[in-house]
Design a protein around this ligand. Structure first.
Ligand code: BES
Ligand code: ZN
Ligand code: ZN
Length: 491
């Protein structure tokens, strides 16, 4: 979709989007459109008893000289937040798409909380997040132009709006990059192919290093490699670096679970719904999308993104329940369930990153447990952390972006549940508190570095549809973590 930021002079025909506040009161630009339509817009708003509540959208067809006027409710405009404005942009784009509109203008109104430039850029951002589609495997392409081919956003400060949109456009790009990765089927996106896609970030100035199984073996990554050993696809560990901060400044690190398909291994998963396990790399997708977003907007921070890429498959060489593996940290693990594989992958990546880069903090994202869906549904991702300040910052960034997290406990009593008789630990903790024991497992590999784990099993894939996301793979976390970096780590 093309987005243009235009001056306040509104078009006199075509499709136009205007705003009304609570009570159906037309904003100033809407009043201009009303005048051009010789009062027909006011009449339509009254006749429809349009109340102007937030997210209410009224579609007026053939009104005055216009083909279509979309009247969008702002509710109490003076309390609208940045995120709510973005969601409005998404809802507008959705309405225009359903109406098969290809070109539209939006008449931005000014109000107290956000400047016109901010409003214009946020509406553009929401609309651009919304109009994502993943259709490269459809062999029949639509003949006509796609709905919503271009929008022009009219405001009193077009240049400023355009400038404010630049970083939002970078974030959108990162989010869509992540969505694409999650949506790809596992026969296309296996570890080496994922690593190849990550290489594309070099164009944006990200440095990429890729470790092969031989290199990982040398480093002693027996936990990660044990998961990969039942698959014909070789594992990869990708380390991405964006050095936008001061030279020598301690980096921050993001780490992702990248299981390109999770059959469960010998502890095989039931057939029903197993296809969803192509999305078991949602954490790695988010980290990759985040690195792209940070690089594209030239974030002033030194950032590491590391992703452990494996397929958890089954063949004669697959690891068995009961196998004992040795992780890079030296700790041994009894693999009682081969389906609890994400923690095995992350154990070695977390250890490697803290050991090699001594980061200020590590945040890992993983579609780690089905149990987090039982606990929190799809509304919040699970947050586990050994650091209150970091946890609070993540939580705040979550509410500000609508990518919400809810903190869960970590305590010695839960930690004890993964002690093993024959090894240093086992990879499952029993029937209860499954998400917590998984997090306790990870914590044994962070070596006291400030750390947070986001269990995104309920949010990265098959997520709730929203005004700004209609895709199966949501790209969840890119916007949240970008905000975390922007708010606290670019000084
Ligand atoms: N990838 C799954 C978790 C998952 C489940 C992600 C549903 C997305 C949706 C993970 O590897 C897994 O299989 N976890 C097991 C752990 C159990 C064996 C302790 C689970 O959640 O059942
Ligand atoms: Zn699994
Ligand atoms: Zn998994």
């Amino acid at each position: 979709m093309k987005i243009a930021f235009a001056n306040a002079t509104l078009p006199k025909s075509g499709v136009i989007v205007v705003f009304a506040t609570e009570g159906g009161k037309l904003t100033a630009p809407a009043a201009i459109v009303d005048k051009a339509s010789k009062g027909q817009l006011t009449r339509a708003v009254k006749a429809a008893n349009f109340e102007g509540k937030r997210d209410q959208i009224m579609d007026v067809i053939a009104c005055g000289t216009y083909d279509r006027i979309l009247v969008v409710g702002l509710g109490k405009a003076d309390s609208i937040t940045a995120h709510e404005t973005e969601m409005l942009g998404g809802a507008i784009a959705g309405s225009l798409q359903s109406a098969k509109v290809t070109i539209a203008a939006i008449a931005v109104a000014s109000h107290k909380t956000l400047s016109e430039a901010e409003t214009a850029s946020l509406l553009a951002s929401g609309a651009s997040l919304r109009v994502y589609s993943f259709d490269q495997y459809k062999s029949k392409k639509p003949e006509k132009a796609k709905p919503l081919d271009s929008i022009a956003i009219h405001s009193a400060s077009a240049e400023k709006a355009e400038a404010e949109f630049a970083p939002l456009s970078a974030i959108r790009e990162g989010n869509h990059f992540a969505r694409n990765l999650v949506n790809e089927p596992a026969n296309i996106l296996y570890p080496v192919e994922f690593a190849n896609r990550a290489k594309q970030l070099a164009k944006a100035g990200v440095k990429i290093e890729i470790l092969t199984p031989a290199q990982m073996k040398k480093l002693g990554m027996g936990a990660l490699l044990g998961v990969a050993q039942g698959s014909p696809f070789e594992a990869r560990l990708v380390v991405m670096r964006w050095d936008g901060g001061k030279k020598g400044q301690q980096p921050i690190a993001f780490i992702g679970k990248g299981v390109t398909f999770d059959t469960g291994g010998v502890s095989i998963k039931p057939a029903g719904g197993m296809e969803d396990m192509k999305g078991d790399m949602g954490g790695a997708a988010c980290v990759t999308g985040l690195m792209l977003a940070l690089a594209k907007r030239k974030a002033k921070a030194n950032v590491i993104g590391a992703i452990g890429l494996v397929e958890n498959a089954i063949d004669g060489n697959a690891q068995r329940p009961g196998d004992v593996v040795k992780s890079m940290s030296g700790q041994t693990i009894a693999v009682l369930n081969t389906d609890a594989e994400g923690r095995l992958v992350l154990a070695d990546v977390l250890w490697y990153i803290q050991d090699k880069f001594k980061p200020k903090f590590m945040i890992n994202l993983a579609t780690l447990t089905g149990a987090i869906l039982v606990a929190l549904g799809k509304e919040h991702a699970g947050l586990f952390s050994n650091n209150d300040e970091l946890a609070k910052r993540i939580s705040d960034a979550g509410y500000a972006t609508g990518e919400k997290v809810w903190r869960m406990p970590l305590t010695p009593a839960y930690d004890k549940m993964i002690d093993s008789d024959i090894a240093d630990m086992k990879n499952i903790g029993g029937r209860f508190a499954g998400s917590i024991t998984a997090a306790q497992f990870l914590q044994r590999f962070v070596n006291k570095v400030p750390w947070a784990h986001l269990d995104v099993a309920g949010t990265a894939m098959d997520a709730e549809k929203s005004a700004i996301n209609q895709s199966w793979g949501s790209g969840w976390g890119v916007r949240l973590l970008n905000k975390l970096v922007a708010d606290h780590y670019e000084k």
